[in-house]
Design a binder for this molecule. Structure first.
Ligand code: HEM
Ligand SMILES: [Ca+2]
Ligand SMILES: [Ca+2]
Ligand SMILES: [Mn+2]
Length: 352
């Protein structure tokens, strides 16, 4: 083994490869100036951006349609944001773009590295791999390559397959929706959470999507017609139609169910699928492993999955007949979903 580390020009860091020095510096700047070391809104949006850049790739149509994790969504923002599936990713682009002036790196490297650093702030998340060396995109991705929540599930599976991902790898990637909130789908509402713990990378999203919803609530575009159960709806939660369909599709239902209360499978699957996502369309033989620059994640909360207060096993709607784990129910009449990472329940009071 080679234990020799090089001193970085900033006089602060050392690295196994001089090419990684810039990412050690960038990690510090991201954490102090962009994410505040938190698994909050800006971290969530940075993670989402990794997907929307990388998925602009098609084995069938070839590189003219996009070269994957190449920074195209930032470099050709005006074109790619014409695709409605990219609604809202401008926040992450605006937040990160100034760093291209500050660091000699490509847009693709910036996006994937920022996503990996962001995830390290989320309790329960794995430490993601980071490979450096994506060339800048020379053209935008074609419109229509990013899955939409209202797409039929077979169309979503086909789209993912065309970028190199199996249906179960997609399930692994959807652990991301455990730290996710929608700003665009419901009129006049922001930060509508997909699970009851939007600041914790846990298995709650896999459980909560299996709870029978209130079918009488009118659904927004892309929201599942069978919405979340009332105790979660009262807290303003929602579920994507695509997440609901994937949870119940014969190809994925058993794997989805297997994720419930299985944090190791969720974190391991997410780690591996994100490692693939981060290099879609890229020649990894020309890249340098700078994973060492990704911060070690904050410790997990280690709380088992629970039925949110006001729900329970009677609401389970299962499409796989493997045995379901026995889980406790949180005490109380209704759950409380924090709106800020510090636990505050008023979005206006969140630390900025
Ligand atoms: C079938 C595939 C997917 C669909 C249809 C989908 C759709 C969506 C939608 C509609 C939103 C809400 C955006 C908004 O209104 O602000 C969202 C949020 C999010 N998605 Fe996905 N998504 C998919 C896969 C993924 C994957 C693979 C990742 C992994 C990186 C991901 C990460 C996120 C994150 C982190 C958010 C939360 C952003 C925030 O809280 O601001 N999604 N997704
Ligand atoms: Ca791209
Ligand atoms: Ca969560
Ligand atoms: Mn958001």
């Amino acid at each position: 083994a080679n234990f020799k580390r090089v001193a970085c020009p900033d006089g602060v860091h050392t690295a196994t490869n001089a090419a990684c020095c810039v990412f050690h510096e960038l990690a510090d700047v991201l954490q102090t100036q962009k994410f505040d070391n938190q698994c909050a809104e800006d971290a969530h949006e940075a993670l989402r951006l990794t997907f929307h850049d990388a998925i602009g790739f098609s084995f069938m149509a070839g590189p003219s349609q996009g070269t994957g994790a190449d920074g195209s969504i930032m470099l050709f923002e005006d074109t790619e944001l014409l695709d409605g599936a990219n609604n809202g990713v401008d926040d992450a682009i605006d937040n990160l773009r100034p760093l291209l002036q500050q660091f000699p790196i490509s847009a693709g490297d910036l996006i994937q590295f920022a996503g990996a650093v962001a995830v390290s702030n989320c309790p329960g998340a794995p430490r993601l791999q980071f490979m450096a060396g994506r060339p800048n995109a020379t053209h935008p991705a074609a419109l229509g390559l990013v899955p939409k929540p209202e797409d039929p599930v077979d169309k979503i599976f086909a789209r993912m397959e065309d970028a190199g991902f199996s249906p179960t790898e997609l399930v692994s990637l959807l652990a991301s929706h455990s730290i996710a909130r929608s700003d665009t789908l419901i009129d006049n509402r922001q930060a509508v959470p997909f699970d009851s713990t939007p600041f914790v990378f846990d298995t709650q999203v896999f459980l909560e999507i299996l709870l029978k919803g209130n079918e009488s609530l009118p659904a927004a575009s892309g929201e599942a017609p069978a919405q979340v159960p009332n105790p979660l709806a009262a807290q303003g939660a929602m579920r994507l139609q695509s997440d609901f369909a994937i949870a119940h599709d014969p190809q994925t239902a058993c794997f989805w169910q297997f994720m419930v209360n299985n944090p190791n499978a969720v974190a391991g699957g997410f780690h591996d699928a994100m490692a693939k996502l981060a290099v879609v369309g890229q020649d990894t033989s020309k890249m340098i492993d700078c994973s060492e620059a990704v911060p070690i994640p904050v410790p997990a909360v280690n709380k088992p999955a629970t039925f949110p207060a006001g729900t329970g096993p009677e609401l389970l709607q299962l499409s796989c007949n493997s045995p379901f784990p026995s889980l406790a129910t949180d005490p109380g009449k209704a759950t409380t979903i924090p709106e800020c990472v510090d636990g505050d329940t008023n979005l206006n009071d969140c630390p900025s």
